[in-house]
Design a protein around this ligand. Structure first.
Ligand code: PLP
Length: 382
C-alpha cells in the first residue's frame, strides 16, 4: 500500500515546536497527568495506583474496564463490541484495512482529516467525495450523497462534528446517512473524534453506532478531554467487526499502553467534570473570536462552527494560504493551518482549544500581521 504524504501533519510538525502561539491546534489545551488525576475524589490514591502498574504488555483489546466504560457511552453495547486503539487515527486505519478491498466503492466526506479518503485510495478503492461547501454554509448535502451511493458502495465515511469546518449533522441527517448505507448493504464509518464538543450548548445527536450494526463509531480521548498524548482511541462496532479490526491490529500496535489505559479509565470516571473544563475554554475562545471577526469583517469572514473545536477563517486577500500561514509563523510566531492542506484555498483553520489568554495574544498578532500584509499588497497595487 502506497500512502501519500499527510499534508496537514507535515505542515504542523514544521512549526508546532517553534511558534509561540499555536492557534492551529485541533485539540484543547492539554492536561498534565497530575491535573487529570486531580479530577478524582482521591488523587493520591490514583497516583499510587498509576505508579504501581507493571510495565507489561497490557490487555490487547484494552482492559475490560476501559472497554466497558466506553461501551456504556453507547446504546446496548458490551465490552466485546469495543476495541481500544492508538488514537482515532489507528481506529480509522484498522477499519479501512479490515473491511475494504481494492475496487470497493467508498464515499468520503471532503474536505476532511486526510486519512479519511487517502487510506481507502491507497487500498485501491474507488473514492467519491461528498463535498462540504461554504456556499451551503457547510451543511452536509445528503441529496448529493444519495446520488453518489450505488450498489457497489461498501462504505460511507463521515466526520461529525467536522474537521476543518465545524459542521455537525443533525439527528435526522445521521438517520438519513444510515438509511442510505443500509439500503445498499454498506457500512458507515463515523469519525466522531469531536464527540461531546457542543457549541453554545447546542446538543449533538447520539453517536452513529446507536443507529444500528452497519454504523461504526470512532472515538478518542484526544479532543474532548485534552489528553492526546496518552494516544487512546476506540472503535465501537459489532463484536464481529471489532474482532476483525483486532486481528489487523496484531500487525500494527498490538495493545494500548497500560498507563494510558489506566488514565483513560480515570478520564471516563470523571467525564462530565473534564468536559466542563473543555467547554469553558472553547466557549471563552469562541466569544473572543466572534468579537474579533465582528471588528475585522474587512479582513475575515467565517461560517460559525456548529460543533467541535475548529472553524475556517476566510481572509480577504489574494494570496495562497500556504504563503500566508508560513509567513504568519515566521514573522509573528503564530500558527493558523493553511486551508490548502484541506483543499480549501483562501482560508485558514483556527482551533478554539488554546489557553484563553494566549488565544487573545495570538489573535492580536494575527491582526497586526494581516494589517501589514494588506498594506503591503495595496502598496504593490495588487
Ligand atoms: C477528524 C479526526 N479524526 C482523527 C484524528 C486523530 O485523532 P487521535 O489523536 O485520536 O489519533 C483527528 C486529529 O486531529 C481528527 O481531527
Amino acid at each position: 500500500m502506497r500512502l501519500v504524504p499527510f499534508a496537514l501533519e507535515r505542515w504542523m510538525t514544521t512549526y508546532e515546536t517553534r511558534v509561540e502561539y499555536d492557534l492551529a491546534e485541533s485539540g484543547i489545551h492539554p492536561l498534565t497527568t497530575a491535573e487529570l488525576l486531580a479530577f478524582d475524589a482521591d488523587p493520591e490514591r490514583r497516583m499510587r495506583e498509576l505508579l504501581a502498574i507493571p510495565l507489561n504488555y497490557s490487555e490487547a483489546r484494552g482492559t475490560d474496564e476501559l472497554r466497558t466504560r466506553i461501551a456504556d457511552t453507547y446504546r446496548d453495547l458490551t465490552s466485546d463490541d469495543v476495541l481500544v486503539t492508538t488514537g482515532a487515527i489507528e481506529a480509522n486505519y484498522l477499519i479501512f484495512n479490515a473491511l475494504l478491498q481494492p475496487g470497493d466503492h467508498v464515499v468520503s466526506i471532503y474536505p476532511a482529516y486526510q486519512q479519511l479518503y487517502t487510506v481507502p485510495e491507497a487500498i485501491g478503492c474507488e473514492v467519491s467525495c461528498l463535498e462540504i461547501r461554504e456556499e451551503n454554509h457547510y451543511q452536509y448535502d445528503l441529496d448529493e450523497l444519495a446520488r453518489l451511493v450505488n450498489t457497489r458502495t461498501r462504505m460511507i465515511v463521515v466526520n461529525t462534528p467536522h474537521n476543518p469546518t465545524g459542521a455537525a449533522m443533525t439527528a435526522a441527517e445521521c438517520a438519513r446517512v444510515y438509511a442510505l448505507a443500509d439500503s445498499v448493504g454498506a457500512y458507515v464509518l463515523a469519525d466522531e473524534a469531536y464527540r461531546w464538543l457542543t457549541v453554545d450548548g447546542m446538543p449533538l445527536p447520539p453517536p452513529f453506532r446507536d443507529l444500528g450494526p452497519r454504523a461504526i463509531s470512532v472515538g478518542t480521548v484526544s479532543k474532548p478531554f485534552g489528553i492526546p498524548g496518552i494516544r487512546i482511541g476506540w472503535i465501537a462496532a459489532t463484536a464481529e467487526i471489532a474482532a476483525r479490526c483486532w486481528a489487523y491490529r496484531d500487525y500494527t500496535s498490538l495493545s494500548p499502553g497500560g498507563l494510558s489505559d489506566y488514565l483513560a479509565c480515570r478520564t471516563f470516571a470523571n467525564r462530565e467534570a473534564i468536559l466542563a473544563r473543555t467547554h469553558a475554554i472553547s466557549a471563552e475562545n469562541l466569544r473572543t473570536l466572534r468579537a474579533f471577526i465582528a471588528e475585522r469583517g474587512d479582513l475575515f469572514t467565517w461560517v460559525e462552527p456548529r460543533g467541535g473545536l475548529l472553524g475556517l477563517l476566510r481572509y480577504h486577500l489574494d494570496m495562497p494560504s500556504a504563503v500566508v500561514a508560513n509567513r504568519l509563523a515566521e514573522e509573528e510566531s503564530v500558527m493558523l493551518a493553511p486551508g490548502s492542506a484541506f483543499g480549501m484555498e483562501g482560508r485558514l483553520r483556527i482551533g478554539l482549544g488554546g489557553q484563553p489568554e494566549r488565544f487573545i495574544a495570538g489573535l492580536e498578532r494575527v491582526d497586526r500581521f494581516f494589517t501589514r500584509l494588506r498594506d503591503e499588497v495595496s502598496d504593490r497595487g495588487l
